[in-house]
Structures are given as structure tokens and as C-alpha cells.
Design a protein around this ligand. Structure first.
Ligand code: BDP
Length: 723
């Protein structure tokens, strides 16, 4: 070999080794929170290595095989050495996984009583003495329960928790824990900001993209057990056989992970793809069509979950097109899936242009129907009465439907929180929604306890999250978008967990355990939601978004086909003041709440400031408890929102070098974009409202960079908002 070539070869080797080393450090986010790298804390590592020398796994179902693969991958990665998975106990310190029916060891432990208490999906993780040695046991009634327990143990290890003398019993509080994908058949995603849909309809069912399995793993690791794969604005073709077959392939892949699939159904499917004359729910041919359709679906997907329906809402067809009620419509679909054990999730997101106050409409429509829905219908209600705004009071349908199963719908995708460009951890929002007290049966009748069936003893319980996933390499676009998917799944399993605790868990699993990283990043996450409220909709303002895209501000919007799509409808600013009077002197929407809740909102002076303009039209010079007038407080909060984002940027800057450069720089850049947007919101809103308040922006604040006219123009042309 000529010397020159040798030198080149050497360079190549050095380069490749270097590249390899870099790849270990770099992280493109694809693995989400399931990063099974070797545990960094040496003491813990040694302890775990001692405790888990082998895995003994009973059962040979597809789910058990999934459990085997996951635990092998997980333990071997975390412990930095191959851990064998066996069917018989042979070691001194093992991890034993299974159900009493498959595992003799587990059935010999007399766990029956405890296992009964954790139900079909729950699990126990305990230390037991078997054949003279201590072993950790994951026991469940079903293979899926054992899989959930396995993910739980891996999470404990990944977060460096103590496993000696471990004793955990866990069961989901809510039955149906479902993602809603607003994915269209052309693979665009409504309000999706992370690329195209995960489902490649053109190559299904022939091609099993490995990503489908990773999606299932991620969901199962949280306990999510259902997924509605298409948009609520449903294409009727989803119910044709060709798509059913494609979806059946997804169902086959998801099944071992305990995940059922559901379809969003277009109410006019019988006439649009079924060849019937109409889709009237009282037409016997239509009823038969739905039954036949259900039979056909179940032939391909034996554990099909059921339908999700958006009816008579935002242009979607529904039973009211034929003068029938929502219950009459829902029950026809419910009857079709009932023999197969399916359910119908019927959305309560309805609002007609005629009503005086959109806030009232869900309640006014559905409360009179309480008791008329079939047992396998669940009414799916958004957390607030309008539409996933940065802050809303809880929806008055929670606590007012004793005879109708009611589930909660949260939005994970950040339609109103800056898309996948802004950092907005939803922990505080979801917890606020869940812990709101409806007083339906006295104090403590929280939304959480309504939807988990404790308050009214519902037949079915559920929670849905509008997914934020797409084809982006890191699934969610913003690296922190993953935290909201994680949060949703973990709270769906157990809503008593705290926002902060879950942020902590997620950070450790996704980034690092270094406290210099964890603490500031946790603070940043915890302040991010309120920051978003302050720079967009402080003091209970709402829906000031530009129509259509919902990214930038347009509080001036007034000229649209429907008044309840305009911003002026919501803020009602005039020379007197600002805010929507929903007390008795106004729309009286507060009458929909229990007296105890009404009392919190009906007096201007007593209403918590976060909700003030939701319920009152407040004079500009009204003195608030903060010592400021309304105008001053409004300005103060808008400015505070921008300061919050600046503080978030500082916190992020303080962690530079503690994680891989790639993710660090990505978040850093997104926070820059977020600050620009926060300034845009602040300046546009303050300048706009100033026209009515007739007051100056107090001296101490920096002046908006541009004129109101500039921001009005920006809304029409901004590259993020418009393209
Ligand atoms: C709104 C979205 C719209 C959805 C609708 C819904 O802007 O795209 O279709 O909710 O939930 O937030 O049906």
C-alpha cells in the first residue's frame, strides 16, 4: 500500500470513530422517553445489576413476547450488559413477570386479593422470596397488565428510583384513555405541526412501517389504550372497505400493546359512501347500514373500539339535519357496535350561530338529553366551554350529566399555544381542568372525579387527548412537545399525579439527571403555560386569535361570516371597559354552574383575576386587588408574559453544555421564535386595547416597536401564520 493511501485510511478510521462517538452523544429525539442508555448513577447501576440478573417471563401470547422484547432491550440498555430472558427460574436474583394463570411462581404467591383490586389492566410490583432468594415480581391479571408493569419498572429505573423492598399496586382510574388524531386521508393533519400523518395510507396494509410499532410502544409505556386514527372532521371514505383493511393492519400492530383503534365517523356516511338516499337516523335502512358496517369492521378488526363523532358542529353533518336529536343520532351508531362491545364517543363541541353566547351552547344542547343516550355512548366534552383556549373555566357539562357517561377532551397539539414552535408544558392546564370543583355532589366533586366515574357512577369512563404527533423525526416538532404527550398518558392513567412530578420524570427520562439541568428546565416548563396565557389572553380574555391559523394576534377581527368567530365577540372592548358579561345582567351563562361555583364568579370584585373578563365587562379604571386599574393590570400582564419568555430563555441558556448540542440548539432557537411571537402578541394587543382605554402605556414599560397598523398587516402576511 502506498504511504499516502495508508495515511488516508488512517484519517478515515479516525474520522469514523469520531463520528461514532458523536452519535452516542447526539440524540435526534426519536426514542422519546424510552431511552435505554446505561444508567449514569454508579451506585444505582450496581444495585440494579445485582437485583436483575435474569428475567423470567411466563406466557407466550403476542403481548408477552412484546413484554419480553421490551424488558430485554430495556434492561440490557440500562444495565449496560445483556440480561437473558428465560421461561424458568434459575438465578438468585431475578425479575419475574407474568399472570397467575401462566406463571406457577406467581400463582404460588397468593396475590389473588391484591390482584383483584388492580383489575384487568393494573399490576403489582413487589419483592418476594422464592426458592430461598429475593426476587422482584411483576404480577398482573392479564398480559397487558404485565406489560404496563414492565414499562413502569423500566421508568423507575430510568429515573433512578429505589427498587429494593419495592411494593407497588397500580391501576388506571379511567377506562378509555384515548388519543384523537386529527389526521386526514391525504396525510395532512388538522392543527398538526409535526409533519405529515403517521399513517401512510398508500402503502398500508402491505407495508408495516416500523414507526407504527414505536408509536404503540410509546403509548403502551404510558397506558394509553386507544387511538382514533382519523380526523373528527371525518372523511366518509374511512368507512369503506379499502380503508378498513388498511386500518386493520394498524390494529394488528397495536393489539399486542393493548391499544384499540377507533374511527371518526362521518354521520352522512350512509348516503355519501353507502349509496342510501339519506342518512336519517330514524330511517330503518340507515340503521341497518350502520349495523352492517359495524359487522364488516369487526370482521377485519375483532377488537375495534368504536366510533368518535363530531355531529352538527362547524359544518359537519348530524342528526339535526333531519330534525333528530343528538341522542337519537348517537344511539343508532351505539346500537350497531354494542353487540361487539364497542362504544361511541359523541362530541359535545357544538355551537350554532344563532345563540347569544357560545359559552352556553354545549350545556343548553345536551343537559335536556341527559338519560337519553345508550349505555355505550360517552359524551366527549372539551375542558372548557369555548375551545382549548390558554385558560378557560371548566365546561359546565361536567357535573350536570348524572345519567350520561361523560369524558374529558384535552388538546395536546398546540393549536392555541404557538404550534410546535413554542414551549408550553400543559401540566398546569390539565391539572387545573381536572381539579376544578363542579360541586355536583358537594365539595370535592372535581372534574377528575366526574370523569373517573366516582361522582355519578358512570358505566364507561374516558379521557381523550388531541395528538401532537407527526412524521417529524422527533415525533412532535418541538422537543418539548413530547412532554405533553407523556403528560397526557400519565395523567390518563392516574390523574392524581402532579404536573411538577411528571415534568421531573419526563426531563430525567428524556434528557439527563444532572440537577443543574433538571431544576431550571423544570422551572421553565412549569412557568410556560402561564407565560402563554399572559402574552396572549391575560385576565380571562379569550380567542383573540387571527381567524384560521390561530398563531398570531388579531383582536380587531370583526368581519367574518359568523360573529362567534370574531375576536370582538369575545373581548367586547369599548370605551367603557372590556370583557364578556356572563352574569345575570348579561348572558347569565353562570347559571349553568352549581351555586358554589356561581358564587365565585358572579361578583366582579370577588372573581379571581384569571377569570375576570370571562364573566364581567369591567371598566378600564376599575381598581383591582393588585392596586392597579384594569388597564394597568392588563398592560402589566402582557409585559410580564414577554418577561416570562425572556426568563425561560435565560434558564435554557444556563443549561448549555449539559446535554447534546443538537437538542440544545434546537430549543434555543425555538425560544427565540417564541419571544418574537410574545412581543408580537403583547404589542398588537396593548396597542389595540389602548384605543378603547384611552390611557397611555405606563412610562416604565418599553414602547411597542411598531404601530397598530403594522401589526394588523403582519397578521395577514406573517410567514408562520400564513404558510
Ligand atoms: C377547533 C379547531 C378545528 C377543529 C375543532 C374541533 O380549530 O380545527 O376541527 O376545534 O374540535 O379547535 O372539532
Amino acid at each position: 500500500m502506498i504511504p499516502n493511501m495508508k495515511r488516508h485510511l488512517l484519517f478515515l478510521v479516525v474520522f469514523l470513530v469520531g463520528l461514532g462517538a458523536q452519535q452516542v452523544i447526539a440524540d435526534d429525539g426519536y426514542r422519546l422517553w424510552l431511552r435505554y442508555d446505561q444508567i449514569s448513577d454508579n451506585a444505582r447501576l450496581q444495585q440494579y445489576r445485582l437485583a436483575f440478573q435474569e428475567v423470567v417471563l411466563a406466557g407466550d401470547s403476542e403481548t408477552s413476547r412484546v413484554t419480553g422484547r421490551e424488558i430485554q432491550k430495556g434492561l440490557s440498555g440500562l444495565l449496560g450488559k445483556e440480561i437473558p430472558v428465560k421461561s424458568e427460574l434459575s438465578g438468585n436474583r431475578s425479575l419475574i413477570i407474568g399472570t397467575p394463570s401462566d406463571s406457577e411462581i406467581i400463582s404460588s404467591l397468593n396475590l389473588d386479593k391484591k390482584l383483584t383490586s388492580v383489575g384487568d389492566e393494573g399490576f403489582l410490583i413487589e419483592q418476594h422470596r422464592v426458592q430461598g432468594n429475593d426476587h422482584v415480581v411483576i404480577a398482573a391479571n392479564t398480559d397487558v397488565g404485565a406489560l404496563y408493569g414492565t414499562f413502569h419498572l423500566l421508568r423507575l429505573m430510568k429515573t433512578h428510583e429505589e427498587v429494593q423492598h419495592i411494593s407497588i399496586a397500580s391501576a388506571p382510574k379511567i377506562q378509555h384513555r384515548v388519543l384523537n388524531h386529527w389526521d386526514n386521508l391525504d396525510r395532512t393533519v388538522e392543527r398538526g405541526y409535526a409533519g405529515l400523518s403517521l399513517w401512510e395510507w398508500k402503502t398500508l396494509p402491505n407495508y408495516e412501517d416500523p414507526r407504527y410499532t414505536d408509536y404503540a410502544r410509546a403509548n403502551a409505556s404510558l397506558g394509553i389504550n386507544g387511538t382514533v386514527i382519523n380526523n373528527v372532521n371525518a372523511d366518509p371514505r374511512m368507512l369503506t372497505e379499502q380503508y378498513i383493511k388498511k386500518a386493520a393492519k394498524l390494529a394488528d400492530i397495536f393489539r399486542p400493546y393493548g391499544i384499540k383503534i377507533y374511527f371518526s365517523a362521518n354521520f352522512f356516511a350512509p348516503s355519501r359512501v353507502g349509496g342510501l338516499e339519506n342518512s336519517d337516523p330514524l330511517n330503518p335502512d340507515v340503521q341497518q347500514w350502520w349495523k352492517d358496517k359495524a359487522d364488516q369492521i369487526y370482521k377485519h378488526i375483532p377488537d375495534f373500539g368504536g366510533f368518535l363523532v363530531k355531529a352538527n358542529s362547524e359544518g359537519q353533518p348530524g342528526p339535526q339535519n333531519y330534525g333528530r336529536s343528538h341522542a337519537e343520532g348517537a344511539n343508532v351508531l351505539a346500537e350497531a357496535v354494542a353487540p361487539h362491545g364497542g362504544i361511541v364517543m359523541w362530541r359535545a363541541f357544538v355551537y350554532s350561530p344563532e345563540q347569544e353566547d357560545r359559552f352556553r351552547e354545549g350545556y343548553d344542547e345536551f343537559v335536556p338529553l341527559d338519560g337519553q343516550f345508550a349505555d355505550n355512548v360517552i359524551l366527549q366534552v372539551k375542558n372548557g366551554p369555548i375551545d382549548f383556549q390558554p385558560r378557560e373555566p371548566f365546561h359546565p357539562l361536567f357535573g350536570t350529566l348524572p345519567e350520561t357517561n361523560t369524558m374529558l377532551e384535552l388538546q395536546i397539539t398546540q393549536e392555541y399555544f404557538g404550534f410546535s414552535l413554542h414551549l408550553a408544558y400543559m401540566g398546569p392546564l390539565y391539572k387545573e381542568a381536572l381539579s376544578a370543583d363542579t360541586y355536583a355532589k358537594g365539595e370535592g366533586s372535581t372534574v377528575a372525579r366526574v370523569i373517573d366515574g366516582e361522582v355519578f357512577d358512570y358505566e364507561h369512563t374516558g379521557i381523550a387527548g388531541v395528538a401532537n404527533t407527526g412524521r417529524d423525526r422527533n415525533w412532535t416538532g418541538h422537543p418539548f412537545g413530547q412532554s405533553n404527550w407523556y403528560l397526557f398518558g400519565r395523567l390518563a392513567w392516574d390523574h392524581t399525579q402532579t404536573a411538577e412530578g411528571l415534568a421531573d420524570e419526563w426531563i430525567r427520562m428524556t434528557f439527563t439527571h444532572d440537577p443543574d439541568f433538571v431544576e431550571p428546565v423544570k422551572e421553565m416548563m412549569m412557568m410556560s403555560r402561564e407565560a402563554g396565557v399572559r402574552y396572549r389572553n391575560p385576565l380571562g380574555l379569550t380567542h383573540l386569535y387571527a381567524q384560521g391559523h390561530h398563531y398570531g394576534p388579531a383582536p380587531w377581527t370583526s368581519d367574518l361570516p359568523r360573529p362567534d368567530w370574531t375576536a370582538v365577540y369575545y373581548h367586547r372592548a369599548d370605551d367603557e371597559g372590556i370583557g364578556f358579561d356572563r352574569t345575570e345582567s348579561g348572558s347569565n351563562a353562570i347559571e349553568q354552574y352549581a351555586p358554589e361555583v356561581r358564587d365565585q364568579f358572579d361578583e366582579m370584585g370577588d372573581t379571581p383575576l384569571e377569570y375576570l373578563l370571562w364573566f364581567h365587562h369591567v371598566p378600564w379604571d376599575y381598581q383591582l386587588s393588585t392596586g392597579r386599574t384594569l388597564w394597568q393590570e392588563l398592560v402589566h400582564r402582557y409585559y410580564q408574559g414577554v418577561e416570562d419568555v425572556r426568563e425561560m430563555r435565560e434558564k435554557w441558556a444556563s443549561v448549555e453544555g449539559l446535554i447534546d448540542k443538537g437538542r440544545y440548539r434546537h430549543v434555543e432557537a425555538l425560544l427565540e421564535i417564541q419571544e418574537e411571537a410574545a412581543l408580537w402578541w403583547r404589542n398588537a394587543c396593548v396597542l389595540y386595547f389602548q384605543q378603547f382605554a384611552g390611557e397611555p402605556i405606563p412610562e416604565e414599560y418599553e414602547k411597542p416597536e411598531h404601530s397598530l397598523e403594522y401589526y394588523k398587516e403582519l397578521e395577514k402576511t406573517h410567514h408562520i401564520a400564513r404558510f
